[in-house]
Write a protein that binds this ligand. Structure first.
Ligand code: ZLS
Ligand code: CA
Ligand code: ZN
Length: 406
């Protein structure tokens, strides 16, 4: 007996497809889909599969993806592969997606911000179409479970790709599964709240809904410039003054919490509970989508926060306690073993289980991934070794909370 039980009085569904885990963006690319395999190993090792219904996802259809994305872009995504990219670029239908010739690092970009160069944020890689339509299919299946009342919480750690635009890939994201899921929810619910704890601004989701009052988007993110280079932290949007569009009744239905590097657990918890608390009180959402990007954890390869796994999880616990239908999605997360830990812990929280700190190393296929100094000593909640200098002052944070008041 592993002590894992089903939650009392509500249902959790878990949506996945193992094919997604085997995809490669490229050797040097920070996005590693195999972090999902590590997460799965922990989840199965602890026995959380007994606490929820597991669903293998089918790919989304082109038609489903067109509910938000431009049909030509969707055609391109469904046909693109490293071998077909150059031929597709010659097609006049796609040539209208005139690209800027190069990105900030002078990498050649094709239509829709896609590139076959391994130095690009959104590379074209083998079996990419399969990958895109599968993570989207998993998010749509998860939202279907919620909208039909079959689940109270639905989870897809392979989704949460918040930067994708209507007809452009951006920041490792190609299809915006989040926007598609919210559009489905709007068919049955009057108001949907979107919360984004990825270290990057949820720009694609905000942009999609900034013109209307039925979706409130709320992102917490690193904002500002790097000291050394003066470059903006990606994507550079999401200042506190960015609150949605007034002309079309969207004003005050976008919220942004821009944060300096090094924020700690206590400070993040203060920001999260105050701002989400206020937002929920003012907006009274019928359902919530929580993007749980794990690049906000300390020690992340791209992130610059000092949040521990427990605090990341507290955000999930807080949102869950609001007792409205909840979609939990993944997102960023570039130190794979910690992404796996966070999403395993959050799967446990979703199902009302408390996991022991000692990882059941005898029950997982690659125990070495979580063992040894620097790899977390076999613990689920290791203290982070490296930390960023904290540039967040308590008074700055208090002022920010006051400004975000209605
Ligand atoms: O939110 O900062 C940028 C844009 C650039 C710098 C990087 N080059 C490649 C393109 C131009 C200004 N992009 C960010 C995107 C971050 C996306 C986060 C996604 C999410 O977590 C949701 C899933 C960025 N940061 C770091 C990199 N790109 C990056 C680092 C290392 C590499 C390798 C592969 C590719 C080129 C070398 C790359 C990108
Ligand atoms: Ca965010
Ligand atoms: Zn991110």
């Amino acid at each position: 007996d592993n002590g894992i039980a089903r939650p009392k009085g509500y249902k959790v569904s878990y949506h996945y497809n193992s094919t997604v885990e085997d995809m490669h963006f490229g050797r040097t690319h920070p996005m590693k889909p195999w972090r999902l395999t590590l997460a799965k190993h922990l989840i199965l090792g602890y026995g959380l599969q007994y606490a929820m219904d597991t669903h293998e996802a089918l790919p989304a259809s082109k038609e489903q993806v067109c509910a938000f994305h431009d049909p030509d872009y969707v055609d391109f995504l469904s046909e693109v592969a490293p071998e077909t990219f150059d031929r597709l670029c010659q097609n006049p239908k796609f040539a209208k997606a005139v690209p800027p010739p190069h990105d900030a690092d002078s990498v050649y970009l094709g239509p829709y911000n896609l590139s076959t160069s391994p130095g690009a944020d959104c590379p074209v890689f083998a079996d990419m179409s399969t990958y895109l339509f599968l993570y989207t299919g998993a998010t749509l299946a998860a939202s279907h479970q919620l909208t039909t009342g079959q689940s109270d919480i639905a989870v897809n750690w392979s989704g949460g790709l918040h930067h994708a635009h209507k007809s452009e890939a951006s920041g490792f994201c190609y299809i915006n599964d989040i926007v598609l899921s919210i559009l489905e929810m709007l068919k049955v619910w009057p108001r949907v709240l979107y919360i984004d704890i990825d270290v990057h601004h949820g720009d694609g989701v905000e942009e999609a809904f900034q013109r209307q009052p039925r979706v409130m988007t709320l992102s917490f993110h690193r904002f500002g410039t790097y000291d050394d280079t003066g470059h903006k932290f990606f994507p550079g949007t999401g200042d506190i003054t960015d609150i949605g569009l007034r002309s079309t009744h969207g004003e005050h239905f976008a919220l942004n919490v821009p944060i300096s590097s090094g924020i700690d657990d206590r400070q993040y918890n203060y920001l999260f509970t105050s701002v989400v608390g206020q937002a929920v009180k003012a907006f009274n959402p019928s359902a919530i989508v929580l993007q749980c990007g794990a690049d906000s954890l300390g020690g992340d390869r791209l992130g610059q926060f000092n949040i521990n796994i427990k605090q990341h999880g507290e955000c999930v616990r807080f949102v869950k306690s609001l007792n409205v239908p909840l979609l939990l999605l993944g997102g960023g997360g570039y130190t794979a073993r910690n992404v796996a830990r966070a999403w395993c812990h959050e799967t446990a929280l979703a199902t009302d289980n408390e996991l022991p700190d000692a990882i059941p190393l005898d029950f997982i296929p690659r125990p070495e991934a979580f063992q040894g100094r620097g790899h977390g000593d076999g613990k689920l909640f290791p203290a982070f070794v490296r930390s960023h200098p904290n540039y967040c002052s308590n008074s700055d944070l208090e002022n920010m909370v006051k400004k975000i008041d209605w």
